[in-house]
Design a protein around this ligand. Structure first.
Ligand code: FPP
Length: 246
């Protein structure tokens, strides 16, 4: 049970509205058990469920998960197909409950690279959960931050070429509005599991003033208690956004 931590969170007050997570350590979790890597990814799916439910309980509004990077396409074909099957399975299994829970799922990334079955699953979950009002769940799939920024630059350049935008109008807000994450505020809290101290090409623009929380726990071992610990840690931070305190 994690009710003790939840009670503390509620007492402290300010819950991060947007939590982003680099779910890392699935491979190591499997290797420690002498299992093939996809077993770690499968176990990682349970942790996704835990963290989604934890966000609903704590009152987080947006949860953005790094599920598959553009760089991950370079992994062995067997691991890629296992991950894609898992994505399809996750959607097939969870779509009804996500809808019941009021979770609206969005998939961020270069979806043209997904196989037709995975793309159909992604479109289905977005369509069927579109009315969710309690939590936005962003799944970053075939996502990399530099590719997202290059795409934003291309979109702005096209507008300049077709005459709908002046070069002088390209400011931070214009770039922000072309990112996949445009509808949502920047993450307040980034959690990375498995102890690595890197951003791995994830939300480089959006994380400018995000509080970082690194835990050694491997992703498949994560429960809502780990999420609550991270939120409690966040609640003790002083956020200055580059300014000084009054
Ligand atoms: C990183 O661990 C994790 C991934 C590349 C995949 C994340 C996928 C899931 C958690 C399961 C499916 C999720 C959804 C939303 C359906 P790693 O393989 O890089 O681990 P390692 O660093 O220990 O090798």
């Amino acid at each position: 049970m994690a009710a003790d931590l939840l009670a503390l969170i509620r007492m402290n007050g300010s819950v991060p509205a947007h939590v982003a997570v680099i779910m890392d350590g699935n491979g190591r979790w499997a290797q420690e058990r002498h299992l093939p890597r996809p077993f770690g990814h499968r176990e990682g799916m349970k942790a996704v469920r835990e963290v989604v439910e934890g966000c609903l309980e704590a009152g987080v509004e947006v949860l953005t998960l790094f599920a598959f990077s553009e760089e991950n396409w370079q992994r062995p074909a067997s691991e890629i197909s296992a991950l894609m099957r898992l994505l399809e399975e996750y959607i097939a299994k969870e779509v009804h409950e996500l809808r019941e829970q009021g979770v609206a799922v969005h998939v961020l990334g270069e979806r043209s690279r997904l196989a037709p079955a995975a793309r159909a699953a992604v479109e289905r979950v977005e369509r069927e959960t579109a009315g969710g009002l309690r939590l936005v769940l962003n799944l970053c799939i075939s996502y990399s931050s530099r590719a997202e920024l290059a795409r934003a630059a291309r979109l702005l350049a096209e507008e300049v070429l077709d005459g709908t935008r002046q070069v002088d109008d390209i400011d931070e807000e214009a770039i922000r509005a072309k990112l996949y994450t445009a509808p949502w505020r920047d993450p307040d809290l980034l959690i990375r599991t498995s102890g690595e101290l890197r951003l791995s090409n994830f939300l480089l623009w959006q994380l400018a003033y995000t509080e970082l929380y690194i835990t050694p726990v491997l992703w498949p071992d994560v429960t809502r208690r780990d999420l609550f610990q991270a939120i409690l840690d966040y609640q003790g931070r002083e956020r200055r956004f580059g300014k000084v305190t009054a």
